[in-house]
Write a protein that binds this ligand. Structure first.
Ligand code: PXP
Length: 394
């Protein structure tokens, strides 16, 4: 099976991931039992699509997808020479982009829907001649979308970071409030996991918290940490349910940016190897960036956690839109590459729903907003309100 994919559109305006689309199309043809067939896909802008639409369908303006069966394209060739060719599918990424906004799905998701639609046309399905045929095509299309683009069916998990409870305790150097108690309260209110960051300077979470939480957490304990020898040794001894590797600077107030996985492949691969041997899955906290995702795969991570900080801190709607789009694209790419995708940092009661609605997100890691709200309404209500935000988004 050969999938030829050509993108003639402006790649900066409409960033389409080649590998992802080719892999999806291969999965589609395999599902349809057409794995011996070749298919060409051309992505273009509205202007070019309008040209094809006018020339071949005598219609004005662009459309989203056009299909040309090989038998119509190569009428001068003997059928046996083109028996392994399905044909060409033309897609306007510009129209797909607009449609993806309306449907609130990612650009890739919409393009894949159009590839499915176009492929069905190449196989003889039609929706213009009769209602009965249209219904058959519609049903097939939905069956394929369901099978090829498998997504999370339930709400994403909510993991709660209790570092800030420890921050208040450390401000007085006493024993209260206790992050161990807070973690239990979060779990009782419906948290799916507890996150703690054991920093090298021990500014909030202490070793005692880590060891105790390992014993008390009933859901899943995620230990955030830098890849340093001291903390790696503690993680191997404590055996959390997973670890999240983050960059750590002593002078920062909180984790500032994602890991440079690409620039630290050797060190990260070694750490991941040690954790894998101990059956501890590793997540890498990264910016929503394709290069970092590829590197995360290279070094053997199971999860990536996408940094949502810039989306949450955006100064205006336009900036927020751009940052959200980066998260959406990165989540799609990571998910399609076989990584599990978490997201977190800076998420609050206003910004969480949109990220939670992405069907590629496995878990959200939220701390500051929930602990801050808990000061006024209590841990139980603060957690339940956040769960409601996530639930309503789905
Ligand atoms: N994810 C990571 C990797 C973090 O470092 C933090 C902050 O500790 C969070 C998520 C949670 O961020 P926030 O406290 O802003 O919700």
């Amino acid at each position: 099976m050969a999938i030829n994919l050509l993108n003639t559109a402006d790649k900066k305006r409409f960033p389409a991931n080649r590998k992802l689309l080719i892999d999806r199309t291969k999965a589609l043809l395999t599902f349809l039992g057409k794995q011996q067939q070749d298919l060409s896909i051309v992505l273009m802008d509205d202007t070019e699509m309008a040209r094809y639409n006018s020339e071949f369908r005598h219609k004005k303006g662009p459309t989203n997808v056009l299909s040309f069966p090989a038998t119509e394209l190569y009428t001068d060739l003997p059928p046996q020479l083109i028996s392994n060719q399905l044909g060409d599918i033309l897609i306007s990424v510009e129209t797909a982009w607009v449609e993806s906004k309306k449907k609130q799905c990612s650009l890739h998701y919409r393009i894949c829907e159009l590839i499915i639609h176009g492929t069905l046309h190449l196989l003889g399905y039609d929706h213009e001649q009769s209602t009965q045929e249209a219904l058959i095509m519609w049903e097939k299309e939905h069956q394929l979308i369901k099978n090829i683009m498998r997504r999370r069916k339930t709400m994403p998990y909510l993991a709660i970071n209790v570092d800030h409870v420890a921050t208040i305790r450390e401000a007085r150097g006493t024993i209260e409030p206790d992050p161990v108690h807070a973690a239990a309260a979060c779990e009782l209110a419906g948290a799916d996991g507890i996150v703690i960051h054991l920093r090298e300077d021990r500014r909030h979470i202490q070793d005692r918290d880590v060891y105790l939480l390992r014993k008390t957490v009933k859901t899943r304990l995620n230990l955030e940490m830098a890849a340093t020898k001291e903390i790696i040794d503690i993680a191997l001894e404590v055996r959390p349910d997973m670890i999240t590797l983050v960059p750590e600077k002593r002078e920062e107030l909180t984790t500032e940016g994602g890991l440079d996985v690409a620039g630290n492949e050797k060190k990260l691969r070694k750490t991941i190897h040690k954790m894998t041997k101990a059956s501890i899955p590793v997540s890498l906290f990264i910016d929503p960036d394709a290069v970092q995702i590829e590197s995360a795969l290279e070094v053997g991570a199971t999860f990536v956690e996408l940094h949502t900080g810039r989306y949450c801190d955006a100064r205006d709607e336009q900036e927020q839109e751009i940052e959200f789009h980066l998260i959406e694209q990165a989540a799609e790419l990571a998910f399609e590459s076989g990584l599990k995708v978490n997201a977190g940092h800076g998420l609050d009661y206003r910004t969480t729903a949109r990220v939670a609605a992405l069907p590629t997100i496995h878990e959200l890691s939220i701390g500051h907003a929930i602990i801050s709200r808990a000061v006024y309404v209590g841990v139980d209500q603060a957690v339940r309100e956040m769960r409601d935000c996530i639930l309503m988004a789905g």
